[in-house]
Design a protein around this ligand. Sequence first.
Ligand code: IDP
Ligand code: MG
Length: 140
Amino acid sequence: MPVERTLSIIKPDATERNITGKIIDRFEEAGLRIVAQKKIKLSVQRAEKFYEVHRERPFFSDLVKFMSSGAIIVQVLEGENAILKNREVMGATNPEEAAEGTIRKDFAVSIEANSVHGSDGPETAVEEINFFFKEEEIVT
Ligand code: IDP
Ligand code: MG
């Protein structure tokens, strides 16, 4: 299986509740390695840009408000099949539909405040990693 990189975000609802270590443990237990990480706060403008593809969705402005409301941890995760593996560990967008043992099932507050973001494919992974990190900030 190919070694891939994916962009992960631990969202404001999780940093606020001080459960980032519990979430990171799920990634590491699944064989994903943190090769870059920083704690930041997004401006409204940066959050709008990151979620540009959702601009026409009814939840866009609430999502931008939420994602810029507090600290987030952005990470590059690396491992075999990392993009899909991370999505599996995260669980479905709506925690009510997320499988047992997934991060969103165990930690999410709502469909919006669902604790984590993960890239959804190889192209978005590259774009999203480049949105937050320079190559020299990624250390394997
Ligand atoms: P994903 O994070 O599982 O890839 P997307 O459809 O890409 O889900 O949506 C991006 C984010 O927008 C979700 O993680 C969630 O925070 C928020 N979101 C998605 N659907 C809804 C909704 O129906 N109501 C409120 N927020 C939503
Ligand atoms: Mg998505």
